[in-house]
Design a binder for this molecule. Structure first.
Ligand code: ZN
Length: 176
């Protein structure tokens, strides 16, 4: 029996916040925490993808073309040539891997299709996504979606006021 006859077994996604190092994120995301080969595989709303895209382009300008960028291209009128019918206006999310452009154009540019819930998986499983953590006054760090400190039992909504780093607005250069 071909594999595509296997019943689709959707995994419930949890809501959390993810980032890459300290300067890329935090972003709200949905994900299956078990779906990982080292790094997490988060899905994002289109709104979050727009924020994330701006940040990739800003970093690209800053660090040069040895990087990857995400672009949200508004397509206003799409006509299906087979039916001649106009589809719903929709944006197209594009991922460019700049180091590949000179060698293998086919792998340098791809379109990211949304899943059934309209969420976009960004990073190919290769971006170093990790959970944002919240800091408890007891000085232990806990993944964002785990709302109770595993060390002392404090609740995130009570303890998180002590944590300002995760609530920095995007683009805040921070202070060094
Ligand atoms: Zn604690």
């Amino acid at each position: 029996m071909p594999d595509n006859n296997q019943p689709h077994r959707p995994t419930p996604l949890i809501e959390s916040r993810v980032c890459i190092d300290d300067d890329f994120g935090p972003f709200d995301a949905k994900l299956d925490p078990t779906d990982r080969l080292g790094y997490l595989n988060p899905f994002f709303s289109l709104e979050t993808v727009r924020e994330l895209a701006v940040l990739t382009q800003r970093m690209f300008i800053q660090y040069g073309r040895d990087g990857e960028t995400i672009h949200v291209i508004p397509i206003l009128h799409v006509v299906d040539s087979r039916t001649d019918r106009e589809e719903e206006p929709r944006p197209v999310v594009i991922h460019i891997r700049w180091p590949h452009l000179d060698e293998d154009v086919a792998s340098a540019v791809s379109i990211i299709q949304p899943n059934d819930d309209g969420l976009y998986r960004i990073g190919d499983g290769l971006w170093a996504w990790a959970f944002v953590t919240w800091s408890c006054p007891c000085s232990s760090d806990t993944p964002w979606h785990v709302t109770r400190c595993q060390n002392c039992g404090a609740l995130r909504h009570e303890a998180a006021s002590a944590d300002t780093a995760d609530d920095r607005p995007l683009g805040d250069p921070g202070s060094h």
